[in-house]
Design a protein around this ligand. Sequence first.
Ligand code: SAM
Ligand code: SF4
Length: 419
Amino acid sequence: MNYLIETIGCQMNMCESDVLSSVFSAYGASKVSSLSDADVAILNTCSVRAQAEQKAFSYLGRIKEFKQKNPSIKVVVIGCMAERLGSKIKKRFNSVDLIIGAKDIDNAALRIMDLFHMSNFAKKVNSEIKSEVTRYVTIMKGCDNYCSYCTVPFVRGKEISINFEKIVNKCSSMVKNGAREITLLGQNVNSYKCEDVNFAALIKKVAAIENLKRIRFMTNHPKDLSDDLIKIMATEPKVCSHIHLPMQSASDKILKAMNRKYSHEHYLKLIKKLRAAIPDISVTTDIIVGFPGETDEDFEDTLEAVKTIKFDGLYVFKYSPRPNTKAFGMIDDVPLQEKKRRHAVTLEEANKISIEIVSEIIGSTQQVLVEKIKNGIIKARTRGGRKVFAKGDKEEYLGKHINVNIKEAKVNSLFGSII
Ligand code: SAM
Ligand code: SF4
């Protein structure tokens, strides 16, 4: 079976696509990069914003045209949008053969292989499969937080922490196969709890895996980020100095309406604690502009916070009303033009800050982990998560820490030479 997989949305979706790919390769299937080489086209979808759903619809439109000329190709839609709109998708696109919602994602690989009568085949030995240097491991499913704008609790269901032994075994097996950096994923990793193991304790267990060099994790929720976690970030050398801590807004009125359960003051205290404990920490965030009731003043508070906190990176989203959520019942009273303006102003400010931050990196030496080597260029990342490129073709660099002297810096990538 040759499969093409297209992923829309967050890291969680990337991780689930990655899991599918590793099961497929264990059964001898091959990943391809064009529709014309594929027996099956898989689309992993996202419902967080209306825009992500529109993107999926237009992709399905293109596949429908392709299938008219190539009727043997199978089309599978998986993930959050499949969960939310499964029957509508089927009605609109008769080209779709199989729909697998986010809540049934664990069975996706077998259900897709069943289309090709493949799941009866003997599985190859897992250890034959060489891993990428960086891998993602889901440690929690679903979410119980019900932020008033968010569809995730509805499409992914209740929060469940995966057993810590299973997580550690999975990470160990990835490391045995060549992984050197693992990102632990959950909608709110700070509320991880399995028996008496909380998130900080889980990190300790993962850090004990021999040959694993780096641990990252996301996403964090300011209401649950603990001192224990800050301590382990400061003391465990394998934990990278990066935290993604979504702020969403700096207006307490808006945070309350979003049901985020923290104040802006609490958020600022966390940033202070993190920076005191881990001086080289890189802090990134998510912001929503144009939430119902967000006045010019509320927005100015958020913009001011962006200026004073000086995030290393941020994602800014225009509020998009999602069915079933509490905010769907609120009046979406910020006009689209104004949402676009707030979005552009925030990005512009964030870019200015990024330029300031990266220009300070020029001339420094950074320890990076080499993730890929292609055409004589190594692609690596700093501990803070910035991409670094340098000339180098030695295969032995792959998965190793090396030092790079940074000569040039752009907002999203650094360029340097190996020392
Ligand atoms: N669980 C994570 C958290 O709490 O931050 C990430 C959830 S969501 C997949 C990623 C980001 O999308 C959120 O942090 C939020 O900024 C944004 N988002 C979620 N729902 C949205 C909506 N309805 N409109 C605009 N942005 C939204
Ligand atoms: Fe959505 Fe909030 Fe859960 Fe994140 S914590 S997934 S924003 S409900």
